[in-house]
Design a protein around this ligand. Structure first.
Ligand code: UD1
Length: 342
């Protein structure tokens, strides 16, 4: 019998790509998403790639009665992958309570369901944001968790602690927190990709929308940082590589290969890329010249961060396979598809 996995936020950017990889590996996927920041048409994208339309519940995870309904109706749930969350750094500064309530109540409700319904495994979407600006690079999982720069960052730090302490009290259950660096790109079929609402805050959707003529120009937020070309450095990884890490982490726990019942992994390429280098990678991959100019630093940005992914390489047997140029090319293909769908 297929193992049944609940994917919260499964119509979102990373969730939808992970649903595809889960289906490809023989899992049954059940999505719960309130469509706050995603679109129901994503289910068609998943079907176009896999031939399967996942079961879908349009519920808010903060509503524990509704959640109970799902768990009762679905019966045995082998694992939960929890993506659903608010994720805009700037918005979280303006609406802190909404971020704390949404991101933490939903997580606590799911942990409650895990116990009530004997669902033994959770994978949690965390972020490299928990490290703040690290003192040494690359960052390992042992690097200190620093004061967060935003309520969003605190929700990821607090989420990790809530899971860690809950697992400490539940030896028969298992969880991992996956600390993502910067996911970019789209599914190579162009049936799935990132769907930012309004003006994108993240770099790559802004690049592709500018190249498409939807935005006047890209603003590079500062070239006066202490980096080789002066722009900020991040570790960009392809969303399909990232999605595959979830399946590997899940399988490891289902097969009892985990070393302890709560583990943390960095997921990145292990390579720092500056904003100017990212632009150059886009131009090289697509042959499209990007209009950009340099402006002031963005509040809250850290100067540089990239991962040491060797723990995930070793323990999960996972590593990134897709280059930043290929990632840019898939993002561009997706932007073109969005245009043609209009
Ligand atoms: C941020 C969060 C991360 C979160 C992610 C999702 C921090 C430190 N990081 O990543 O935890 O998961 O958002 O939304 O809080 N840039 C420009 N011009 C633009 C847009 C971006 O120059 O128009 C630059 C930024 O200054 C940054 C890089 O591009 O150096 C990447 O920015 P972005 O895609 O927004 O991601 P992060 O801020 O790294």
């Amino acid at each position: 019998m297929k193992k049944k996995i609940i994917v919260t936020g499964g119509t979102g950017y990373i969730g939808s790509h992970t649903a595809v990889e889960l289906i490809a590996d023989g899992f049954e996927v059940v999505i719960i998403d309130n469509l706050y920041n995603s679109d129901i048409s994503v289910l068609e994208g998943i079907r176009a790639i896999t031939g399967v339309t996942p079961k879908f519940w349009q519920y808010d995870l903060c509503d524990i009665q509704k959640l109970e309904e799902v768990f009762v109706a679905e019966g045995r749930i082998d694992a939960i992958i929890h993506f659903a969350a608010y994720k805009a750094v700037g918005e979280s500064v303006r609406k802190p309570l909404e971020y704390f309530r949404n991101n933490l109540v939903s997580l606590m409700n799911l942990l409650e369901m895990m116990e009530r319904h004997n669902s033994p495994v959770m994978v949690f979407s965390s972020s490299c944001t928990v490290y703040g600006q690290p003192d040494t690079l690359p960052v390992t999982e042992a690097s200190p968790v620093k004061e967060a720069a935003s309520p969003y960052g605190y929700t990821k730090q607090a989420g990790e602690i809530i899971i860690r302490d809950t697992m400490a009290a539940r030896p028969s259950q298992k969880a991992v927190s996956l600390r993502y660096f910067n996911p970019i790109g789209a599914h190579p079929t162009a049936f799935l990709g990132e769907l930012p609402q309004g003006v994108p805050e993240n770099l790559v959707p802004f690049i592709t929308q500018t190249a498409m003529g939807l935005r006047e120009e890209l603003k590079v937020f500062g070239t006066d940082y202490d980096t080789p070309d002066g722009s900020c450095i991040r570790d960009y990884l392809h969303v399909v590589d990232l999605a595959k890490a979830h399946v590997t982490a899940l399988q490891r726990m289902l097969e009892g290969q985990n070393k302890s019942n709560y583990e943390v992994f960095n997921l990145g390429m292990g390579k720092g890329v500056s904003v100017l280098e990212a632009i150059a990678a886009f131009e090289k991959a697509t042959g499209v010249k990007l209009k950009y100019s340099v402006t002031d630093r963005r509040a809250g940005d850290i100067e540089k961060i990239w991962a040491d992914p060797s723990l995930a390489n070793r323990e999960l047997g996972w590593k990134t396979e897709i280059s930043i140029e290929e990632a840019m090319e898939t993002a561009w293909r997706w932007e073109n598809r969005l245009k043609n769908k209009e």
